[in-house]
Write a protein that binds this ligand. Structure first.
Ligand code: KG4
Ligand code: ZN
Length: 334
């Protein structure tokens, strides 16, 4: 089944063609440079850029897969969770194409897309498993009981991990998006240079809270000239605190469910130290750990197509009354 996936929930305009588990094309037009000067994504600017890019991006996804619109068997779109103006652009494009081509349409949840990224990358991944999905908009621990069957075990109570990376990078004036900037700087720093808190690591709750950690770093260096701050050490220590919490909570979740495998997905799964720490800890405990292929870690439409294909196979097509919804629980993915 050839599925066109469309993703516009934040600042990437993306389209992909996926045929069963084969990614035939995966086109991403990023707006990062546009938003960098604002130090964060400006929603109104993002939606306007999606409008400009969506047609070209879909055409490029078709061309690079050597397919035509008439080859498409179904259309999947991120319809839930994200910036409302951005989501509407993808949903409108998907609805128009589904109507014109007379093919099934399915609206998926953005986080469900991230959950499918490691599954698409490693079709041999066992089910059930525990998925840590961690990006700029969310940090969530999900027990993936089967395809499209989820139990949310933990969620962020305030800042998402990627958001904390972005805010600290903005405070330190080291670039946007903050995650990659901190990841790079930390290579030259000492992880133990600053003794930073590991919020909620001792609690039995599997929820996350990163705003206190962020405030702690801000309080340490507020008012200091940038060239007096040991940036690599701050980056490495801050990153290590986040990594410690993420790894420890994901392991707790797997142990509670008796799961033998963990997947780590979303933009923050690109973090070098996070992957290293998961591999070390899971290796010691005999757990398998899976990450998406690099191009499927941040927002993309191949993951949306994979999630949509699974939904369509379950007979869960959406109607043409499909709407964009900015916040929706993962459970309500229809
Ligand atoms: O999944 P994604 O592309 O979009 C959302 O759904 O939010 O994730 C973007 C987030 C940003 O906060 C960015 O700073 C973070 O992923 N990120 C990273 C790295 N690469 C991207 N965080 C830490 N280390 C990285 N290497
Ligand atoms: Zn995302």
């Amino acid at each position: 089944m050839l599925i066109l996936g469309i993703e516009t929930s934040c600042d990437e305009t993306a389209a992909a063609l996926v045929d069963d588990s084969a990614v035939l094309s995966n086109i991403i037009s990023s707006q990062i440079d546009l938003h960098a000067s604002f130090g964060g994504v400006v929603p109104e600017v993002a939606s306007r850029k999606h409008v400009e890019a969506i047609g070209y991006v879909i055409k490029e996804a078709l061309d690079s897969a050597h397919k035509m619109l008439s080859d498409i068997d179904g259309i999947a779109v991120s319809a839930r969770y994200g910036l409302i103006g951005s989501l509407i652009v993808g949903v409108s494009a998907a609805k128009s194409l589904a109507y014109a081509l007379k093919v099934p349409l399915v609206g998926t949840h953005h986080i469900e897309g991230h959950i499918f990224a490691p599954i698409l990358s490693h079709p041999e991944m066992p089910l059930p498993h525990v998925c840590l999905t961690v990006s700029g908009g969310h940090t969530m621990l999900v027990y993936v009981k089967g395809l499209c069957q989820y139990e949310v075990m933990g969620n962020t109570l305030d800042d998402a991990a990627g958001e904390a990376f972005d805010k600290i990078a903005k405070f330190l004036n080291i670039g946007f998006p903050g995650g990659p900037a901190i990841d790079r700087l930390s290579l030259r720093g000492k992880r133990t240079a600053f003794d930073l808190p590991r919020p909620m690591v001792k609690s039995r709750s599997l929820d996350f809270s990163f705003s206190g950690l962020k405030t702690c770093v801000v309080n340490m260096f507020r008012g200091k000239e940038q060239d007096t701050i040991p940036l690599p050490d701050v980056a490495a220590s801050f990153q290590e605190a986040i990594v410690d919490v993420l790894v420890s909570k994901a392991i707790q979740a797997a142990e509670r469910k008796g799961a033998t495998a963990i997947s780590v997905t979303g933009g923050v799964s690109s973090n070098r130290r996070l992957r290293e720490a998961f591999q070390e800890t899971c290796g010691k405990l005999g757990l398998e750990v899976f990450f998406p292929l690099p191009e499927l870690r941040t927002d993309n439409a191949a993951m949306v197509a994979a999630a949509g294909a699974a939904r369509l196979e379950r007979g869960e097509a959406s109607g043409l009354d499909l709407n964009a919804v900015p916040t929706a629980p993962l459970e309500s993915t229809r």
